[in-house]
Design a protein around this ligand. Structure first.
Ligand code: SF4
Length: 492
């Protein structure tokens, strides 16, 4: 066992990455903020609606006129949380919003964001996308010094550190606090009359700036700017802090730059294909992944189908490069969002049928290439294959537009324990047999790197396990910081 494997096993035995989980990776938050719009809360609602794919378990909005903070957050989809006249009570020309993914029912509402506090410099609200890898150590230290925590979320650690800052200007307090934090954090913050956006020095999670008339907008993805009719201005740089107030947008030098590690999975799967993320069109990257996949793993077949919706662009790319026609062989039920709350019996009885249905007329007697963006545990892929065979597919050639996922993510994506990732312990041939497919091909790491514009600026840790080298921290230190506590719910 290598040192890295030992570290991962240790983390898992300590419960650091143990959570109930489905067979997909989950993004764990979308953030949105707007300054200078009469109906700031309504526009934030629309922005969160466009970012619903980034978190479907709770949503919250805080609005202010610079004096009073009005907030509402609850468990549920954006449209449920803000049904009725709730938005009318969220008055003010400044607002931030947050969508959250979580699997821990008991802590769901308590950890819903934005978190709002009243401290010596006034009211502050904060929404976080990412995960602090040293949150446990920081929380232990803060608690030893008398801090009392209201949530089990690592985001609250950031609030405590801000409140303890010796500075009095919020533009200084925030970087001072975050200088102690390691890991992934994209933040939107309301402080008095200021809207603040910030990305960690490695830029794991995206954040963009837009303009809508006189109003300025911050959002996880550009699809949220489109939703509210805002024009894309630029991405917030890694380590950059922007302050938006009555005098416009100011960029403050915040955190010492580190080598960029933008999450490559945002491009493969998490972000919407109609978004621009990390300077790339998500759709175009996915098409390139599909084309490259067809070059690396050619096969004689009659049709190419996608596992909708996240694999559509890659399947189209595969079809373009191979000349094999793209067909809609699987239809997705879009109304099965929060399948985790479906009664267990329903899930057991219907499985993937809840989410997908095959089109028999298209599949019957065909040699089918199935393009999916990733395989996590393999259980869903196996069920899908059985469904396609049941619908008459003669041959099934499974193609994956990313390399095998063999490592858990610690930077804001909910992944199962490493031992539950099928590629951590099975060869491609063993996975092929498990899925019961005729052939199986994954995109290579070289192929993935060739499909993004700045290959050296991305994190690939869930494919190659290179966490610590890229953090530049000794393994034992990282292990120590991850230690001991399952009460601190990390990733979001
Ligand atoms: Fe993204 Fe994977 Fe890195 Fe997590 S480990 S940030 S999912 S590339």
């Amino acid at each position: 066992m290598t040192g890295r494997e030992a570290l991962t096993e240790k983390r898992e035995s300590q419960g650091v990455v143990s959570r109930p989980h489905g067979d997909r990776l989950h993004e764990e938050c979308g953030v949105f903020g707007i300054w200078g719009a009469e109906n700031a809360a309504r526009l934030t609602y629309a922005g969160l609606y466009a970012l619903q794919h980034r978190g479907q378990e709770s949503a919250g909005i805080v609005a202010t006129d610079g004096v009073e903070f009005h907030h509402h957050k609850a468990v549920g989809l954006v449209s449920d949380v803000f049904a009725g006249s709730v938005l009318d009570s969220l008055k003010g020309h400044i607002a931030i919003g947050h969508n959250r993914y979580s699997t821990q029912g008991s802590t769901l509402l308590r950890n819903a964001q934005p978190l709002v506090v009243d401290f010596r410099e006034g009211m502050l609200a904060l929404g976080h996308n990412g995960n602090l890898v040293n949150a446990v150590a920081l929380r232990n230290e803060l608690e030893a010094q008398g801090s009392i925590f209201q949530t089990t979320s690592d985001t609250e650690v950031i609030l405590h550190l801000i409140a303890r800052s010796k500075s009095t200007e919020i533009e200084r307090m925030i970087p001072e606090a975050l200088a102690r934090c390691q890991g992934a954090y994209t933040l939107v913050i309301l402080a008095g009359e200021k809207l603040i956006g910030l990305r960690d020095p490695r830029g794991f999670r995206p954040l963009c700036l837009g303009k809508r008339g006189e109003a300025h907008v911050l959002a996880s993805e550009t699809c949220a700017l489109d939703m509210v009719g805002a024009e894309f201005i630029r991405e917030i740089a890694a380590g950059e802090l922007v302050v938006i107030d009555g005098s416009g947008v100011r960029s403050c030098p915040a955190l010492k730059p580190k080598p960029a590690r933008a999450c490559v999975f945002e491009l493969i799967y998490f972000s919407r294909p109609d978004s621009e993320v990390f300077g790339e069109s998500v759709d175009l990257v996915r098409r390139r992944l599909g084309r490259r996949l067809a070059e690396e793993h050619p096969v004689a077949a009659d049709i190419v189908i996608s596992v909708p919706d996240s694999s559509n662009s890659a399947a189209l790319g595969f079809s373009e490069a191979s000349g094999i026609p793209f067909e809609l062989g699987l239809i997705r039920n879009h109304y099965v969002g929060r399948t985790f709350i479906a009664p267990q019996q329903v899930k057991r009885d219907f499985g993937v049928n809840l989410k997908f249905n095959p089109v028999r007329r298209i599949l019957e007697g065909k040699r089918v290439v199935v393009v999916d963006d990733s395989i996590v545990r393999g259980t869903t892929s196996r069920s899908l294959v059985a469904m396609l065979r049941g619908a008459g597919a003669r041959e099934i050639h499974f193609r994956v537009s990313s390399p095998p996922i063999g490592w858990s993510c610690y930077y804001g994506i909910d992944t199962p324990n490493r031992k539950e990732l099928i590629a951590s312990s099975h060869s491609v041939e063993e996975i092929r047999k498990y899925l019961h497919v005729d052939t199986l091909g994954y995109l290579s790491m070289d192929g993935l790197r060739a499909c993004v514009s700045r290959p050296d600026d991305h994190c690939y840790a869930c494919f190659d396990g290179k966490y610590s080298e890229w953090y530049g921290e000794p393994l034992d230190k990282l292990a120590m910081e991850q230690r001991a506590s399952t009460r601190l719910e990390g990733r979001r």
